[in-house]
Design a protein around this ligand. Structure first.
Ligand SMILES: Cc1cc2nc3c(=O)[nH]c(=O)nc-3n(C[C@H](O)[C@H](O)[C@H](O)COP(=O)(O)OP(=O)(O)OC[C@H]3O[C@@H](n4cnc5c(N)ncnc54)[C@H](O)[C@@H]3O)c2cc1C
Length: 391
């Protein structure tokens, strides 16, 4: 392990590795990324990784548009295909109709390829067998879909290594060494690294790392369940990623045409947990409830078999958007925390912007000043139309 680095990144999820790659690409390659377990072993590996552009704040829209561009470039830039741009469908109930109309106008103005389609069109062209009750509005995004979070992380990691960066798995950071307000090093279970710069990308453990330097971050960690269904061979395979605000579910196909991934969307109650001791298995009540919701909406799915299920973690900020910032009172300590249940899709662009912030002192690709940490103190939090991780 290098004993001296220009920067140490703590956390090998989608945020940490994309930042590592872009730092190396910008010429800062004497960087060490510490991952306490394996790459993508935190929230990233449990993610549904649905990619959609329907957000109600400009920074997220611009970040996801840039991220889609990066995900699409994976075959040429990283030699691997990670993105399935199969299209995304958003089912909206009557209660959210007016917000939907405002959002669609804003998205189109920002350049997102999205348009409203009729519920009948959804059944004919996108999701056969869908029950249309209570669906008031439908949005379609042809360029969205889903990605493979593991391959995305590995693509960034391999290329960062190729450019000279170092990744240490099974190597937890155990402390940050300070001299007054300056960082001088990072302790690990395998020795120390001298560095003056640290990036906290530790996902659900970000609060623990922040406390080492005396910071208290506004983060909560919530348990989130998902399951995989094998659909009946008599039923046509699912062709689109779907966010269903009517029944509070989301679902998408996988590379295996006979399976779909399903989870529960907002509004719902957060289940706050300790990231070191939570139940990683889904509850039977969840499995039953979600199976019922899915079969009501697409009756053909009632024949499906549950083939796997799990519970992962959201790291939530008060306005459900990440904090990407250089800390004011500690020299060269950066925060890339609070993925809030929807930041896999933003992570390629976030890594690029954060690397620019580190190297140039400001993000050039997308203006990310609205994600600064101080927004919770000066009341400039980001507003969200639908609430929760729907944005
Ligand atoms: C069930 C579920 C569904 C989701 N669905 C979607 C979706 O459809 N679309 C979407 O865009 N987003 C989704 N998300 C959210 C998305 O996955 C997260 O926002 C994103 O993965 C956060 O990435 P991260 O790199 O910040 O955190 P993580 O992936 O958790 O990475 C942090 C890493 O830091 C490591 N670490 C912690 N402490 C230390 C230490 N002391 N030393 C070294 N390493 C350390 C951890 O082991 C971990 O690997 C979902 C999340 C979950 C849980």
């Amino acid at each position: 392990m290098r004993s001296t680095a220009d920067a140490v990144i703590i956390g090998g999820g989608c945020i940490g590795v994309s930042t590592l790659y872009y730092l190396a690409k910008l010429g800062m390659n004497n960087v060490v990324l510490l991952e306490k377990a394996s790459l993508a072993s935190g929230s990233t590996g449990d993610s549904a990784a649905i990619v959609r552009q329907h957000y109600s704040n400009e920074v997220s829209v611009r970040l996801v548009m840039k991220s889609i561009e990066i995900l699409r470039s994976f075959p040429e830039e990283f030699g691997t295909e990670v993105f399935n741009s199969i299209g995304w469908i958003f089912l909206v109930p009557p209660s959210a109709q007016s917000s939907f109309v405002i959002n669609m106008r804003r998205l189109q103005k920002l350049g997102v390829r999205t348009w409203e389609i009729s519920p009948q069109e959804v059944v004919l062209e996108h999701i056969s067998g869908l029950v249309l009750d209570d669906i008031s509005k439908v949005a379609y995004e042809p360029d969205s879909g889903y990605a493979d979070p593991h391959s995305t992380v590995l693509g960034f990691a391999n290329m960062a290594r190729h450019l000279g960066a170092e990744i240490r798995v099974n190597t937890p950071a155990t402390g940050i060494i300070m001299s007054r307000n300056k960082i001088t090093g990072v302790k690990t279970n395998d020795g120390q690294i001298s560095t003056s710069r640290v990036i906290n990308a530790a996902g659900p453990w970000a609060q623990e790392i922040a406390k080492w330097v005396g910071l208290d971050l506004p983060l909560e960690v919530s348990r989130e369940q998902e399951m995989m269904l094998r659909i009946s061979p008599n039923r046509p395979s699912l062709q689109r990623s779907v966010s269903n605000m009517v029944d509070q579910t989301y679902f998408r196909p996988t590379r295996d045409p006979s399976t779909i991934l399903v989870g529960v969307g907002h509004p719902k109650k957060n289940e706050l947990v300790n990231p070191d001791s939570y139940n990683t298995h889904a509850d039977n009540t969840f499995l039953e409830d979600v199976s019922n919701r899915i079969s009501r909406r697409i009756p053909d799915f009632s024949e499906s078999e549950i083939i796997s299920s799990w519970a992962g973690l959201y790291t939530i900020t008060p306005d459900w958007n990440m904090i990407i910032d250089k800390v004011q009172d500690i020299k060269d300590f950066y925060l890339a925390v609070g993925g809030s249940g929807h930041s896999f899709k933003l992570s390629p662009a976030i890594g690029q912007c954060l690397a620019e912030l580190v190297v140039y002192g400001e993000a050039l690709t997308v203006d990310i000043t609205s994600l600064r940490a101080g927004r919770f103190d000066d009341n400039t939090t980001l507003q969200s139309t639908y609430g929760g991780n729907r944005g």
